[in-house]
Each structure stands twice: as C-alpha cells, then as structure tokens.
Design a protein. Sequence first.
Length: 340
Amino acid sequence: MQKFMKASIRQISEMTGFSQSTVSNALNNKKGVNPETARKIIETARECGYQMQKRVDGIRLAIFKSGGQIVADTPFFSALIEGVESEGRKAGHEITLFNLDNRQPDYMQKLQSLLNDPSYAILLLATEMTENDIRPFQQCEAPLVLLDAWFEKYPFDTVLISNTDSVCQAVQYLLDCGHKNVGYLKGNVRIQNFKYREMGLHRALQRNGKSLNSAFVYNLTPTMEGAQKDMSALLSENHTLPTAFFADNDIIALGAMKAMIEFGIKIPEDISIIGFDDLPFCEISIPRLTSIRVNKEEMGRMAVRRLTEKIAEGNQQVITKIEICNILIKRDSVSAPRPD
C-alpha cells in the first residue's frame, strides 16, 4: 500500500475546503472519512504533483553506541525502552530494535540501510552521539525523532532531559545547605547531556558569586568500577576536597562514594554528594543517594507520540525540542557542612 507525501496539509486543506485533520486522515487511509471526500482530497494531491512514498510500516528504535560506557544495560535505558515499547503498542506501531555501533566494521553499511529505508520511522537514541555522528541523518528519508540528545548545529525533533535547569536547582540546594565549595565529579566521556549538566553547575555558582575551582574537578570514568578506581587514585594523591560534589550521573556518584568510604571519608558528614538519574541503586546505597529523578518511561512515551505525529503529518517544517522536567529527590547523602 502506498500513500502520498504531505509537504503541507494546510495547503491541501485550503484548496479543498476540508479541515486539516480530515485531509490528514484521507491521505493516510484512516477510517471515518466520507469516500467522496477522500476522493476529492486525493485528486487534489495528485494535481499538486505530490510524489508517492511507501507507507510507514512501523518504528525502528535505533540504539547508537560509541564505546558503550554510557548506553549500557542499566535501569535508566531499560526504563526508557519500556516507555517506547508501551507507547508503541498503544499507538498500534510495531517497535523493532536496530543496533548501530560505530566500532563495528559494518557500521557504514547499517547506517546507509537505515537512512535509505523510508518504510520505517526512526526513533534514534542519540545519547552517545557527537555532531559528526548526527550529521548523516540530515539525509534520512524516513520520519525521525531523536531521544536523549540535542544538537544546536543540526536541529532535529527531539525529546530529552532538562539537564541544565535541573542541575542548577540541585547545586543551589547544596549552596542553601551552607556548602561554600562545590566540586564536580565529571564524566570523562563528554556526551551532550554531561555538557549541559556542567552548564547548570556553572550557572548556579555564578548566580551566587562563585566559580568552579579546577582543583575540585575530578575526571572519572562513567562506569561504577571505573569511577571507583579513578577516585581511589585521586584520593591516594591527597587532593584537597570540597565539602560537596555534584556528579554527572548516579553511576559516577556511587562509584566515587565507594572509594571515599574505603578512604575513611564519611558521607554526608565530611562530603555531601548529589547524582543524576535517580536509579534504583540510590534508594539502597549506604547512605542513600540524593539524586535528580528523571521520568524515563515518559521520555520514551513522549518520543513515540511525537514520531507518530510526524508520521501522520508528513514532512512538516516545524522542529520541536521537548524537555522533560525533573525532580530533586532529597535523601541521606547531603547535609550541612561541619563548622570550620
């Protein structure tokens, strides 16, 4: 079955006198449109020279990896995928997984097959992508929505976390608790999300007349084992410590906490820590980790809803950037600093 490309639903609506929703339903072969009305709309589309394209048969959830240190088998991405799959079922779309790893020898071949197939809309998990990685997707023939990333040079429809605002609020909480020196447990793999989170840290400090002390920036591997190992190496060098840290994510925070505890550092008595993502581990860690809660399932559902709109409306020119707001969950890893 084929259907028409719909460069402008509004244009056909104005020419035929039918509402935009009726035009969209007719061109997508949906039920509820009078056959004579549908015939007139389709004839008008032909007269306007609209080309034909294959019907979108489903949605591919393309999971991009470049190292795999961030996009891994963690509760965050499991919940995200569950949201995608549940909303896909609700919308009547088949969801198929498509792994895209730029370390593999067949990467370019798989990429081209994805970009050149208009029969499946694409939901692209772009967490680990760089601007160079996203550039080829400008040539994508299918409807496309990004998930968990935003690129200023290459604006695509996207659904992502409100990174900067959330971190700004979390760091303000540390400052309000009385911490004068806030450090940064910085992931040494600089994905887009981490960059925007760093902006939030700087924004909060600047609003309070402060700046980030480079001595309090600890570069850590964004895995539990890697963060623990890196933090242990730094602590063994007797680095000066702040009274509080913000960590790029919970994995980094929890790995660093393990190392600190091994070195006899008490949390939160000696150092307060805030993570990001609010993974289930936060509730059972000792102490329980204060973290920024992300509605991961809703991110996935929202992305599918936006992609469904693009499938229905065709190649519309409006680009949307949807940010999911987060909540700071206060637990046991933050307290007021000890008096000097």
